[in-house]
Design a binder for this molecule. Structure first.
Ligand code: NCD
Length: 307
């Protein structure tokens, strides 16, 4: 049985296969409409979510399956003190596959060890968010035609932003990738990523504070929200929350074909006036999240659909 905890759980060849499947799903939805008839997805969300939970549910419904679950710790037995290990043992009796989000780093991994069904990490604290990364890879590949040869700017909360951590893990395996890490001093990328992932693999990167300086060289700009819920005090959050605001004026500095991605939700970091710019791809990105989660559910349940 296979789980998904980090993007590294799939080889590049397996990722290619998964993205090809997502492509086919996008082109031929009816072909997959009954692929998961009789199967159930449990969504166990101990932290707020809109896109991840609902796109998982939409994905399973599009495949003909059903969904059950909870959307906050308060409405589950976690509120009575139940451990994730016990919860997953029980969920394994009710469902065929589980997507789990938890505020504690590593909680989905602990669950996977006791689970009778595949567990998907749908975000664990400030650590990893592999299905957002699958979404990001599919978006980049679909809109640019490839996953190599690019300079990608990651901007905002690089310290607590789990989407950024997973995306770096995944992208370093493609050829000729360069990162520009754009953040205020306090929200710089954690040192284990700078040293053990980027430097150890000799991946070119630079760390800058001003978005304007980085803008002209970027092929992709990946904006992120300052992760309020992971701050120790509100004062620091208030000071940093509006550090970056992408505006129409700043977009004038960018390449004509640069893409702006954002895992969403956005707070203030992208001005709504940018939404109508053809380079703004974040709402298309949310749509790709459904196709890629359909492909992931099929892959982990080992269901193949023939012509
Ligand atoms: C992200 C997350 O939960 O980490 N959201 C998402 O799943 N699309 C990003 C965020 O919350 O800022």
């Amino acid at each position: 049985m296979r789980h998904l905890m980090s993007p590294l759980d799939f080889s590049v060849a397996e990722l290619d296969e998964l993205l090809n499947l997502a492509d086919d799903i996008e082109k031929n939805p009816p072909k997959y409409a009954h692929a998961c008839d009789g199967k159930k997805l449990a969504t166990c969300f101990y932290e707020p979510s809109t896109r991840t939970r609902l796109s998982f549910e939409a994905a399973m419904l599009n495949l003909g399956g059903s969904v059950l679950g909870f959307s906050s710790a308060d409405s589950s037995s976690a509120a009575k003190g139940e451990s994730v290990s016990d919860t997953i043992r029980v969920i394994s009796c009710y469902a065929d596959i589980c997507a789990m989000r938890h505020p504690k780093e590593g909680a989905p991994l602990v669950a996977a060890e006791k689970s009778g069904i595949p567990v998907i990490n749908a975000g664990d604290g400030g650590h990893q968010h592999p299905t957002q990364t699958l979404t990001d890879l599919l978006t980049i590949r679909s809109l640019t035609g490839s996953l190599g040869d690019m300079t990608i700017g990651l901007c905002g909360d690089l310290k607590f932003g789990r989407t950024v951590h997973s995306l770096i893990d995944a992208l370093i395996r493609y050829p000729n990738i360069r990162f520009v890490l754009i953040s205020p001093e306090e929200l710089r990328i954690p040192s284990y990523i700078r040293e053990d992932i980027l430097r150890a693999n000799q991946i070119p990167f630079e760390e800058v504070e001003r978005l304007e300086d980085a803008m002209p060289e970027l092929d992709i700009l990946y904006m992120t929200r300052v992760q309020r819920e992971r701050f120790f005090n509100e004062e620091d959050y208030v000071r940093l929350k509006d550090f970056y605001i992408l505006t129409k004026d700043k977009m004038k500095l960018a390449k004509e074909n640069m893409l702006v991605l954002h895992p969403l939700p956005r707070v203030n970091e992208i001005s709504v006036e940018v939404d109508s710019d053809p380079r703004a791809a974040y709402f298309r990105q949310a749509q790709y999240g459904v196709y890629v989660r359909m492909a992931l559910i099929l892959t982990l349940l080992e269901i193949t659909v023939s012509e």
